[in-house]
Design a protein around this ligand. Structure first.
Ligand SMILES: C[S@@+](CC[C@H](N)C(=O)[O-])C[C@H]1O[C@@H](n2cnc3c(N)ncnc32)[C@H](O)[C@@H]1O
Length: 273
């Protein structure tokens, strides 16, 4: 099995500190969530997607939210800062979780955002009765989709809501495209929108609504790659060649998989029955 670090978004995650240094912010300085959002959102459309989640899940100060696959904590911090909600931010990779904790501390949000390092498939969140679950571009890494969805259901109170963003399969990948998906994107399996809908129903979710994000995400990933290439000299000065070449290859691979019509996107809301 290839390491998660062969997906270059997850390698050298401490590069966020390079960005802060470029803004003149040292290691011990306190931070505002707004200073981080350009660098700490590992999904598409940054905080705009989170604003949609807040609205669709009616997240407010009383909400207890589970975030599955929290990355370096950007979504959890933003959700809590915007609404006053409490977030449990679960992240598999220890280095990402460490950076997430540090940034959350420095934003003064440790009372409302709890970072936990672990695998969602261990099922430790089951029975916790969360009001809402948010998971952005995480499920693509987890082929045991039925088991995953059943743990998500069990982590919610009855009537609790989910907001999931994930890849979908629009066209069967070629062998070479599967190789890129499995190694560079750490995505070993894809669902179609229709099979996703079935899985959600079988796992005990109702009111399933799936918004097709394919066109929007094709445009986003293409523009992200182009902007990164155009700003290469700046990125080299801030991060050095290893990080820049890794990210450029990752952004380029993902943009191509969308542009070639293989990948699509789903923005899913559903309710635990
Ligand atoms: C593309 S990143 C998105 C991070 C965050 N949701 C965001 O939007 O900024 C996906 C994250 O899911 C995490 N992840 C993958 N499999 C996981 C699992 N089984 N349990 C918990 N986290 C997982 C990865 O380590 C990675 O940090």
């Amino acid at each position: 099995m290839h390491s998660m670090k062969s997906m270059k978004l997850y390698d050298h995650v401490e590069r966020v500190y390079n960005e802060l240094r470029a803004l003149g912010l040292g290691h011990d300085e306190s931070l505002e969530v707004e200073q981080l959002v350009a660098f700490d959102q590992y999904h598409y459309h940054g905080t705009e997607a989170l604003d949609v989640a807040v609205e669709r899940l009616a997240i407010g100060p009383e909400s207890r939210v589970l975030e599955v696959g929290a990355g370096i904590g950007g979504p959890a911090r933003y959700l809590s800062a915007m609404t006053g909600c409490r977030v449990t931010a679960l992240e598999l990779q220890a280095d990402l979780d460490r950076v997430a904790k540090d940034l959350t501390d420095r934003c003064g949000l440790s009372d409302t955002v709890e970072h936990r390092c672990g695998d969602v498939l261990d099922g430790n969140t089951a029975g916790a009765g969360y009001d809402a679950l948010v998971s952005l571009l995480v499920f693509l890494h987890i082929p045991a989709r039925a088991a995953l969805l059943s743990i998500c259901r069990d982590s919610l109170k009855p009537g609790g809501l989910v907001f999931i963003e994930d890849f979908t399969k629009r066209r069967e990948p070629t062998d070479a495209q599967w190789q890129d998906l499995k190694v560079k994107v750490q995505c070993p399996a894809l669902e179609t929108e229709a099979s996703y809908r079935d899985l959600l129903r079988e796992a005990g979710f109702g009111a399933v609504a799936i918004e097709d994000m394919s066109e929007s995400w094709t445009a986003f990933t293409g523009e992200r790659h182009q902007a990164f290439v155009e700003d290469r000299e700046r990125h080299l000065a801030v991060h050095g060649v290893d990080i820049v070449e890794g990210l450029e290859d990752f952004y380029g691979t993902v943009a191509m998989l969308y542009a070639e019509g293989v990948l699509g996107g789903a923005r899913i809301t559903a309710r635990r029955l």
